[in-house]
Design a protein around this ligand. Structure first.
Ligand SMILES: [Fe+2]
Length: 235
């Protein structure tokens, strides 16, 4: 089982075909088996200009290459600090601050990793299949869901997200707001469709008109991806 050759660091931002953005590196120190996880930035599933005119190429480049990368790096830095503390001791280590960093940057990474494939060129329209059935069951009709989700996005205080999530134990869809990435969540839900309403997601193109961005965003929604996530969550 001992394998010391796998303790190389992930280089964030490096191109990858990996579907899952979390790469597990099996790192074993000399005393015990200790899985050593590091996060990795995946490429966009389409070209930077694929969502024009809804989202400009400039926004996509900055958003993915700078902002998302910063969350990956921040989450890995928090993991590094915790690993170091495990190895050399927790005396004087501000674990609370590190955990806060890990939650913030880790959630940022998770949410952006959902957001990119949640969109596609020539997306939008109405969903079909199981996601449509579930939306109709839980929200009455698609337009009611869309208005609820959009209103949540427009009203998030400060920076945040609008989220369509599946709650496994009640087997229902709910919408949520997240302030920053990690506040106001219901623990245990599975995000299916997420809309980034941080200013970096729209300001270059839509300035302070968040509502216009939210309304236009429906044109790039990838309902196939959302349905895939629902099916996975139901298993
Ligand atoms: Fe973002």
């Amino acid at each position: 089982m001992h394998n010391s050759s796998h303790n190389a660091r992930v280089v964030p931002g490096r191109a990858s075909q990996t579907v899952l953005s979390i790469v597990f590196y099996q790192h074993y120190n000399s005393r015990c088996l200790m899985p050593h996880h590091r996060y990795k930035l995946s490429d966009l599933p389409y070209a930077y200009n694929a969502l024009v005119p809804t989202i400009s190429e400039e926004i996509m480049r900055l958003h993915h290459d700078k902002h998302h990368l910063a969350y990956v790096n921040g989450a890995n830095a928090a993991l590094d600090k915790l690993q170091k503390a495990r190895e050399t001791g927790f005396a004087g280590v501000d674990v609370k601050a590190i955990e806060r960093d890990l939650a913030f940057h880790g959630s940022g990474h998770t949410m952006h990793s959902t957001f990119w494939p949640n969109m596609k060129p020539n997306g939008g329209g109405k969903p079909g299949g199981k996601i449509a059935d579930q939306i109709n069951t839980d929200f009455g009709k698609f337009d009611s869901f869309k208005e609820q989700f959009s209103t949540a996005a427009k009203q998030v205080e400060g920076s945040g997200w609008s989220i369509l999530a599946y709650e496994p134990w009640t087997q229902q869809l709910i919408t949520l707001q997240a302030e920053k990435h990690n506040d106001l969540t219901v623990q245990g839900v599975v995000p299916l469709l997420v809309l980034d309403v941080w200013e970096h997601a729209y300001y270059l193109q839509y300035r302070n008109d968040r509502a216009a961005y939210v309304d236009a965003w429906w044109n790039v929604v990838n309902w196939d991806d959302v349905e895939k996530r629902l099916e996975k969550a139901r298993r």
